[in-house]
Ligand binder design. Sequence first.
Ligand code: NAP
Length: 273
Amino acid sequence: MQDLTGKRFIVYGVASDTSLAWAIARDLGERGANVTLAYQKRFMSRVLQLVKDQKWIEQYEECDVTVEDSVKGFHAKLRGRYDGIVHAIAFAPAEALMKPITETTAQDFATAMNVSAYSLVTVVRHGLPHLNRNAGVVTLTYLGAERVVPGYRVMGTAKAALESLVRELAASCGPAYGLRVNAVSAGPVKTLAASGVPGFDMILDWMANSTPLRRNVTQQDVAKAANFLLSSDASGITGQVIYVDAGYSSVGAPPELERVLIEPRIDAPEGPI
Ligand code: NAP
């Protein structure tokens, strides 16, 4: 675990104590870093509870990434230089997640893309003047970007765009600023945002028995990988999507198939029939 004493980070997306953003912020704090939180106004009371007595939180400010004035206002309150940004923000209207993809309205599509993908461009553009050279940016994505996951629908398209933006931003901001931009593709974790995905509890149960590690990942698993990517231990890594999913993305069929294939062989009589 790299000591990050003296480093400073901006973390977007804390909504509650279960948020992946909060786990990442806490892990940064435990490594000695100072953290500034950018949170949505409606989560203010929860955020105020969370930051109480946390000495590693140096600042916490409202910021809605879809509102230009809000983003400008947030950045106007920052002082000094930072070493990285955590982008842990996503949203799609509930109706868009309930209906078949063929019923997605242009407006819901645009909202999901704007909040979940374009906001990465927004936070990097506004953040760049506040970052030290060779800083890092980490965003959070999901396997639904590249495979169909029931119930994820338009969010899959938004995450695919987000992963493409990770590569674009890495290529665009690397040469002049040394900025590294990466994503952690997290396995399912129960959070506020995840509760909005239809059938999420079933996905959690199924994953717990299907991943190579036979468990789900925790907020801490995701935080440790995100903060590795933010640290200088990952100085040569940019434009990448790193999976923290207990290995799920590496398998091509459910483990039950192994039993189906092996058990007949165990029962079969030895030698030629
Ligand atoms: P979370 O605790 O609900 O955090 C998501 C945050 O994004 C919420 O604070 C959310 O607010 C915020 N947000 C939405 N619109 C915003 C805006 N306009 N401005 C600022 N913030 C806004 O859920 P989480 O699971 O930790 O999600 C964090 C990230 O991890 C998301 O990108 C998510 O897709 C990703 N991820 C999650 C999982 C999982 O299983 N939990 C797996 C892979 C990736 P609202 O409640 O208003 O939307």
